[in-house]
Design a protein around this ligand. Structure first.
Ligand SMILES: NC(=O)c1ccc[n+]([C@@H]2O[C@H](COP(=O)([O-])OP(=O)(O)OC[C@H]3O[C@@H](n4cnc5c(N)ncnc54)[C@H](OP(=O)(O)O)[C@@H]3O)[C@@H](O)[C@H]2O)c1
Length: 262
């Protein structure tokens, strides 16, 4: 599918799945905004985007800490100043991290996880509405299978993703009159080394658990990117408010939803 002349903003695109999604959309001809907090990582991903970009697609780099409202505003403003429009907002930035319920610090961790994973997603979506309305654009939220399947010692992350799924449905309903579609994808664990934050993927014993996945392997970030591409494309114009599992049918696995930190 071509995204020629479309503008795609991917939060958390300085690494992991977000980086793969940004590179994927550059390949499809979209003008892409690469963003995060770490300028070196942003620059590296932006270079990869430029390397694969087709049809003179452009890339801009924006450093923004999404826990700061003014930086969320600046991110949207820079996108519009540079490209003049916004077609697709992909809310991918996240923090995960373990948190035992009885840890006295967990209330502070709660605030931080909710701020990055939920509040900033809501604010960026809200700030994007007038621009997406003009382009008949859409929002794709990167959620997780953990939204509906609890993972031991990752309760705050799971709660944030459950909230994101409900936000997806509520915004889809509220924005339908403006012609803006809102959907989510819900990956299960991806293959090791994709993520900087999902530490339980590093465990070698994960290999044993794979035998219990119906598809006998973890997901690849490109599989997430291709599903996002579909949901953001003109082929999905009658799809809104859905949460899309990309999980190799891991629901059928007795081990897939368990943290190996048990
Ligand atoms: N990896 C998996 O197995 C998996 C499974 C299911 C769902 N997911 C979902 O997929 C998405 C991407 O996950 P990932 O594993 O690729 O994550 P990751 O490698 O940890 O990357 C997280 C991204 O979020 C950005 N970020 C974090 N805090 C930020 C802040 N305060 N302001 C701005 N940017 C911030 C980081 O950028 P900087 O460091 O530059 O700030 C980074 O680019 C997440 O929504 C996650 O929940 C992942």
């Amino acid at each position: 599918m071509s995204f020629y002349r479309k503008v795609v903003l991917v939060t958390g695109s300085s690494s992991g799945i977000g980086a793969v999604i940004a590179i994927h959309f550059s390949q499809l001809g979209a003008n892409v905004v690469v963003t995060g907090r770490n300028i070196c990582r942003i620059r590296r991903v932006a270079q990869q985007c430029r390397y694969v970009a087709t049809r003179c697609a452009e890339v801009i780099e924006v450093v923004a800490d999404l826990t700061k409202d003014c930086e969320c505003r600046r991110l949207i403003r820079r996108t519009i100043e540079e490209f003049g429009q916004l077609d697709v907002l992909i809310n991918n930035a996240n923090v995960s991290g373990m948190s035992k319920v009885d840890d006295p610090k967990s209330a502070y961790i709660f605030d931080h996880i909710m701020h990055v994973n939920v509040r900033s997603t809501f604010l960026l979506s809200q700030l994007s509405i007038p621009h997406l309305e003009l382009t008949n654009g859409c929002i794709v939220n990167i959620s997780s299978r953990a939204a509906s399947n609890p993972v031991t010692d990752y309760s705050l992350y799971c709660m944030s993703k459950a909230s994101l799924d409900m936000m997806t449905k509520c915004l889809a309903l509220d924005l339908k009159h403006k012609g803006i579609r809102v959907n989510a994808v819900n990956p299960s664990f991806l293959r090791p080394k994709v993520s900087r934050s999902v530490c339980c993927e590093e465990d070698k014993s994960e290999d044993d658990k794979l035998l219990h996945y119906p598809l006998k392997r973890l997901g690849e970030p490109q599989e997430i990117a291709r599903t996002v591409e579909f949901l953001a494309s003109g082929r999905a114009t009658h799809i809104t408010g859905v949460t899309t599992a990309i999980d190799g049918d891991s629901l059928l696995s007795p081990f897939a939803i368990q943290s190996n930190k048990q």
